[in-house]
Design a protein around this ligand. Sequence first.
Ligand code: CFM
Length: 532
Amino acid sequence: MIEQRPDAAELKEELVAKYPAKVAKKRAFQMAINHVEKDGSVPQVLANSRTAPGIITQRGCTYAGCKGVVLGPTRDIVNITHGPIGCGFYSWLTRRNQTDPGPDGENFMMYCFSTDLHEDNIVFGGEKKLEAAIQEVYDLMHPKAISIFSTCPVGLIGDDVHAVGRRMSEKLGINVFGFSCEGYKGVSQSAGHHIANNQLFRHIVGRDNEVRGQKNFRVNILGEYNIGGDAFVIEDLLKRCGFELVASFSGNSTYDAFANSPTADLNVVMCHRSINYVAEMMEKKYGIPWFKGNFIGAKATGKTLIKMARYFEDEELIARTEAVVAEEMAKVEVEQAKHEARCKGKTAMLFVGGSRAHHYQELFAELGMTTIAAGYEFAHRDDYEGRRVIPTIKVDADSRNIEEITVEKDDALFRADLAERKDRLEKDGEVFNDYAGMMPEMRSGMLVIDDISSYETEKLIERWKPDVFCAGVKEKFVIQKMGVPCKQLHNYDVGGPYAGFEGAINFYKDIDMRVNSPVWKLVKAPWQTSAA
Ligand code: CFM
């Protein structure tokens, strides 16, 4: 018997049917059947809202977003986790962000620093222990900077990590600063990104404003974390085209590069969710324009590079960039055709993070595959529906909890020439300060689900049977036991890089292997073995 697959509306109803009425109502707002209007508008999705208690979520905590995601990939800042040792363990390079050791070999990423708070510190305070830890790490490593990350108990007992930072900066003569990124500070790791952005901007960005290296075509790449070596691929492409990469936030990055980042002429934002705040603040203070780019997908990479070249209004740079893109696309097209022939018509589901569930739809489209359901763990409405909805987003108590820092124009350093150039280019139709979001680029009729639960994941697979499901390690083996291959999009399993042209080819191969492997037919899911 050929089983009928339910349509999106039926499936949505089925997904929430098991919940108590109040939870079902909320979950229904967190799901949408995509529908793209002519003007690009899409249905509203409730996002960045508290997870319903009892639901098994994919989400992480605020500390994870701050320490792990944004600051984790920087090699020469010593990151001390102020808290019990358990939190420290989870800060120990569990993400696959790679780094070059650099010419000075100053790479602390493989170390795990914790103040190891015990019960007596919780009762009597942990500041002295933190000071001692900073001193100890300074004596051992002599780093350029030390940062302190607050875990939940630190906020509860009221240790002032910022005051400790100031005291120790004075004493040691290096930059020591803290993050109030207690795990409970927000509804997810997204709050941690914002806190990280604020402190990076306040304590590092702009401490060195001398132009070094190539004087022209200077760019920063924001929101690229070098998972599986993605940043290495992008860096190589930028070099070949003729751009000078000043700073990458924060894959393969250094303290000095962050400090020097305002000497760039352009910010290109990869992951909008995690770093749009730095882009906005840099534009306000220094006049550096930003636009959203994407290096996931061969076509998207080509478009981004050419848009970057056009920004500099230099014929030679444009020609050189176009030549690099053409050379790379010729290689990509051969591989793409080969794999598309084997993957065409298959389906994918993507539930990950705050940007990849969108970006990777590009790569699946290049394989001729359709993304039939997608969603983020912790994104905001603008990541789904586009930045045009920002003015309509209700600020709730949870978001109000996160500091918004006031940034003012720096009259001495503000780049009026760049602001003028941006105006001119905008008149010619170039788009700045925008992100269209995931949904306008997804097919109508497909399901969008925010903060998907474990139960919903299983139901989706059972009812819509995708050829591949993209998620993380927590979901992977549950999914595979259902006879569906899972591609991890956080850490790429052991694969990657997937960025740029070379990365696209790697992805085609890895997905082809997964969706066409006969092994999945041998796994029987529970509903396939029970009587119909
Ligand atoms: Fe940005 Fe990321 Fe992502 Fe993210 Fe992340 Fe990540 Fe991610 Mo895992 S910064 S939002 S908090 S692209 S760690 S490199 S893969 S959930 S989609």
